[in-house]
Design a protein around this ligand. Structure first.
Ligand SMILES: [Zn+2]
Length: 205
């Protein structure tokens, strides 16, 4: 079995993508996988409607989940489509979002690990850099806030956290009525509770 066939089975990329080439480093610590697509009509990333292919972007590299303990990177030339409504846009790539450099699967793993430990430990466990984890975390927060919309919770919880045993503080505002297993963070910022919210805190709690 060739490396390409092995990785085609292992990664099983969604149609129309297929593994076309695989390169492994001398010490097997890193594997690079190139994906190509068959003839296909892609969807516009704005409206998710089918549109004719316009051209292909320069090659991009996405870090993926490790395979066989090797850091794994996917190389792809993403198609651009000519959407009648939005003009030339990137076609939908089912393995990663348009502004990411990690795949959805690795992103999900990173978020899961960051829920259990701090970012430094998460970087060590996932092999993703501390800075990139920060971007993943911020994008996850942005998506959560977008999903939540502009509805104001009826009750708010205020908390002040001191960090690094110095005089550095974070203020965290939570929505205790969230449907999840724990309070949802509604807002957070560096610094102490302003006096106005101290009053609000006493009223809310
Ligand atoms: Zn469109």
């Amino acid at each position: 079995m060739t490396l390409e066939t092995f990785y085609q089975r292992l990664l099983n990329p969604p149609h129309p993508w297929k593994v076309s080439r695989v390169e492994m480093s001398e010490d097997s610590s890193r594997v690079d996988v190139w994906l190509k697509h068959e003839e296909y009509t892609f969807l516009c990333s704005e409206c998710h409607r089918k549109a004719p292919t316009y051209d292909h972007m320069p090659e991009r590299v996405f870090q993926h989940l490790d395979t066989c303990e090797s850091k794994t990177f996917l190389h792809v030339r993403l198609p651009r489509v000519d959407c009648p409504e939005h003009g030339v846009k990137q076609g939908v790539f089912p393995l990663a979002g348009p502004y990411r450099d990690v795949t959805y699967k690795l992103e999900a793993k990173c978020i899961q690990v960051m829920e259990e430990c701090d970012r430094t430990a998460a970087a060590r466990i996932t092999g993703v850099t501390w800075e990139r984890l920060g971007t993943i975390m911020q994008q996850a927060v942005d998506r959560g806030l977008e999903r939540r919309g502009k509805e104001m919770p009826s009750v708010l919880g205020f908390d002040e956290k001191q960090v690094f045993s110095g005089h550095r503080y974070f203020t965290i505002v939570t929505d205790p009525s969230g449907s999840h297993r724990r309070c949802q963070v509604a807002w957070s910022a560096g610094g102490r509770l302003p006096s106005l919210s101290r009053g609000a805190s006493r009223t809310a709690v």
